[in-house]
Write a protein that binds this ligand. Structure first.
Ligand SMILES: [Zn+2]
Length: 313
């Protein structure tokens, strides 16, 4: 239910009758071009609501029931046009100041992610081969240094020799030492010369952006307007971002700005900003990695005979 054939979007100004319709380039698949986009259930519901509100018969080309494959739509978005936004800011200098700072904050966040994107593919490949290497070379004693205390009570204890107890002890160790294991992997990444090189570059070029984000996220914001360029690609899903949720306006789309109303949660903003550090380059899918390590430990514990004293793998 979360897919729709999206031809484009109609922007409606909430303060004046101005509206603007844009078209998207199709997405390309093995079967050819398509407009099928994963916009998410919430945006499908929003489309039904706004389609009814604007009662615009041009925005839909129907050959079936929504959201079947032959049902083509234009999404709707309610914003402020540039003219109305400028008028509003002139009347309210406090709002204007907040908007300016908020937009600067978000532009810095975007710059950070764009910089990260430059290194992402290479660094992700190195990280994933380091993780594979760690998992391929796992042996029980390797977990001693990661959390010695828990190790001696679980997978390093005498009880671990009893086959029937192993699963429970592995689980106990994994649950208790999860953060230590992740930190251990991150320290492996840090020692990798190639990652180090990219990390140093990322830190160098993003330094200013991080410091602006840090500073601007601590300001107080109420309701602000975020300036968006309608000719830029956009993610149409509120929850995920990938090839089938991102759409690009056709090349002839003019560069026109609209202002999107945002109710800012100041605490949320600070917590987002504090999660943005150069260290984010070392981030990994923690849950999936821990799961793989756990499975590998189960495998080792089942196939190796640990019943004899002193024998460790
Ligand atoms: Zn307007």
């Amino acid at each position: 239910m979360s897919w729709m054939n999206v031809l484009g979007k109609i922007f409606h100004c909430t303060e004046c009758p101005y509206n603007l319709k844009i078209d998207y380039e199709p997405l390309y698949t093995e079967k050819g071009p398509t407009h099928m986009t994963q916009i998410g259930d919430d945006n499908i519901n929003l489309w039904f609501r706004l389609h009814e509100k604007y009662n615009d018969s041009e925005d839909v080309f129907v050959c079936g029931e929504a959201p079947e494959e032959d049902y083509f739509v234009y999404l709707h978005e309610e914003l402020l046009c540039e003219k109305c936004a400028i008028t509003l800011m002139k009347k309210d200098p406090k709002l204007a100041k907040q908007c300016e700072k908020y937009n600067e904050l978000m532009n810095n966040v975007i710059s950070i992610f764009m910089l990260l994107e430059n290194y992402k593919e290479t660094v992700e490949n190195i990280k994933s081969s380091e993780i594979d290497n760690f998992i391929d070379n796992i042996f029980i004693d390797r977990f001693h240094d990661i959390n010695p205390e828990l190790f001696s009570k679980t997978i390093g204890s005498k009880t671990f020799k009893l086959r029937g107890k192993r699963e429970e002890l592995i689980l106990k160790y994994i649950q208790g030492a999860k953060d230590d294991i992740i930190n251990h992997l991150k320290s492996i990444f840090r020692q990798n010369k190639n990652i180090q090189y990219f990390y140093d570059n990322f830190r160098k070029y993003s330094k200013e952006h991080f410091s602006r984000v840090n500073e601007l996220s601590r300001q107080k914001y109420d309701k602000v307007y975020y300036k968006t360029d309608i000719s830029e690609p956009e993610n149409l899903n509120n929850h995920i971002s990938y090839y089938f949720s991102n759409r690009t306006p056709v090349k002839t789309t003019p560069q026109i700005f609209f202002y999107q109303p945002i109710t800012v949660d100041n605490d949320e903003l600070i917590s987002m900003a504090s999660s943005l550090t150069p260290e984010m380059m070392f981030n990994i899918d923690e849950e999936a990695t821990i799961e793989r390590i756990k499975d590998r430990l189960y495998e080792i514990a089942d196939i190796k005979d640990l019943s004899r004293p002193k024998q460790r793998i």
